[in-house]
Design a protein around this ligand. Structure first.
Ligand SMILES: [Zn+2]
Length: 118
């Protein structure tokens, strides 16, 4: 199983995540969640190794961290049981979260810093 840190060291994966984040229009009134496995996030052409979705709403009423539904979805999705699957990233304005296949949440750090170009 690939570690999430190793995946985030991959410039192509970071670029794909930055693009998805921009396309979800963070902070604007038409913010919407973007997600799904990206072709660049597959290994050996078939296996999904990481999935992600965004939490673009930045208002004070919105929960930024992964919701109970998010955790359950990762834990209970039969499509996410492959041995290569390492978990789901949740991209919010401030922090980057990671939901493990067992439904636990890890805070990876500041979104802007982790998804930075370099
Ligand atoms: Zn969510």
């Amino acid at each position: 199983m690939a570690s999430i840190e190793a995946l985030l060291n991959n410039a192509d994966i970071r670029a794909a995540l930055r693009l998805a984040w921009r396309e979800s229009h963070p902070g604007s009134s038409d913010g919407h969640e973007e997600g799904g496995p990206h072709p660049g996030c597959r290994a050996e052409g078939l296996e999904i190794i990481v999935s992600f979705h965004t939490h673009p709403n930045t208002g004070p009423d919105y929960v930024q961290e992964p919701s109970e539904t998010d955790k359950r979805a990762v834990r209970d999705d039969p499509d996410l049981k492959a041995p290569h699957y390492s978990g789901e990233l949740v991209i919010s304005a401030a922090l980057l979260y990671f939901v493990t296949p067992t439904g636990d949440v890890v805070e990876l750090g500041e979104t802007e810093r982790i998804l930075a170009q370099t």
